[in-house]
Design a protein around this ligand. Sequence first.
Ligand SMILES: Nc1ncnc2c1ncn2[C@@H]1O[C@H](COP(=O)(O)OP(=O)(O)OP(=O)(O)O)[C@@H](O)[C@H]1O
Ligand SMILES: [Mg+2]
Length: 445
Amino acid sequence: MIKILIVEDEKNQRELLSSSLKDDYDTITAASGKEAFEIFEDDRTIGIIISDFKMDDMDGIELLKRVKRCAPDVIFILITAYASVSSAVTALKLGAYDYITKPIVIEKLKVILKRAVESYFLLIENRELKEKLKMHYSFEKIITKSPRMKEILSIVSRVSHSKTTVLITGESGTGKELIARAIYNASDRNDRPFIPINCSAIPETLLESELFGYEKGAFTGAVKTKKGKLEIADRGTAFFDEVGDVPLTIQVKLLRFLQFGEIVPLGRETSLHVDVRIICSTNKDLRKKIEEGIFREDLFYRLNVVEIHIPPLRERKEDITPLVNHFIKKYSKVSGKSIEGISNEAMRYLFSYNWPGNVRELESLIERAIVMSRDTIIDVDDLPISLKGIEEKEGDLALKMVEKKHIERVLGLQGGNISKAAEILGIHRNTLMSKLKEYNINRND
Ligand SMILES: Nc1ncnc2c1ncn2[C@@H]1O[C@H](COP(=O)(O)OP(=O)(O)OP(=O)(O)O)[C@@H](O)[C@H]1O
Ligand SMILES: [Mg+2]
């Protein structure tokens, strides 16, 4: 029920209004403009104010002005004496919804109120819709000019409305999670949860209970029943990040879930039915993993109903300029610096680089450059040495030097994580360890 605040200094009139409206509305009263404003400040659920114009301490127009300043959506209806219609005109100009002249005909007021309530809800609904839409687009801000990426976006909009399982492949930092979220945002499940599960970060022993949950007493330490992520994601979407890292023992259970929509929490006799849309991503070659016997072929076909492959940044260099502009805007806002752009020379470096860390690497480079920049334009000086080094000094062009710098870069980008860096470099982690020793590279640099 919508809440109405009645403001009237004459007691009889106030009580009459209140009693004739209280069956249909939640009414509160105030005996003066000042009191009304105090009540209003404490209770922002008030949707409508009906106020007399002439009052001693604060008149209806002043109250209207104050209310509109803090809550423009509130519906304001002014009561005027027949003689002061000019104040009614002023009120309308200030955003009042309507006015009613004295003596008040209750039936007439009820008609005005009915219309007012309708428009109030429309206004609120509209605003909520707009907010939802805004959120939708801000999440979906995928910057691209590349025809291959545009093709991907059209696949995204085609698959989002079904429950089809999607496998997103691509190198690290190409935007796999961004695409997964875009599919979710455009789907009709977007009012239900999106649950990301990072399969490579969760140890094998925990992954099972994370996914499927457990019953109280299922194992030592299971002091209470815990819902698994798949149960939490019911009627929503689960995103399996790095699905290639799911161990074989859990792959079997995942397959069962994909086939029958059933999960069995640890320590439970019976299964649970859940309705979850699955999106997966991997930066590894799952087909190779199948050959090696560490990924189940049947699971692969279940996951790979639609495959979206995101090309690395070096294969879509037309995206570099729009991405750079986008990140400059984003981070100059964050840092409070007004960076206007980037010099042509700096751009040339960005184009000649091969971006092993893809869009993520470009993003952190721009973020850093903005912090470093002492000017309104990002210049070569603001770029990291490792990016320029390869072009700049001939002495540095010795193969070993280039290798050392490249390792340092990749390692830095991966936050010193040896396994991840080794993977990007395409070498075994032991090989990387010995190279770190050889080049005297400190992994925390
Ligand atoms: N086309 C794009 N437009 C705008 N931002 C992008 C785009 N592609 C990627 N990004 C940004 O780059 C970063 C990396 O993207 P994301 O996390 O989706 O990559 P990923 O492929 O999942 O990486 P990883 O394999 O390392 O998990 C994010 O901050 C993302 O917002
Ligand atoms: Mg990711």
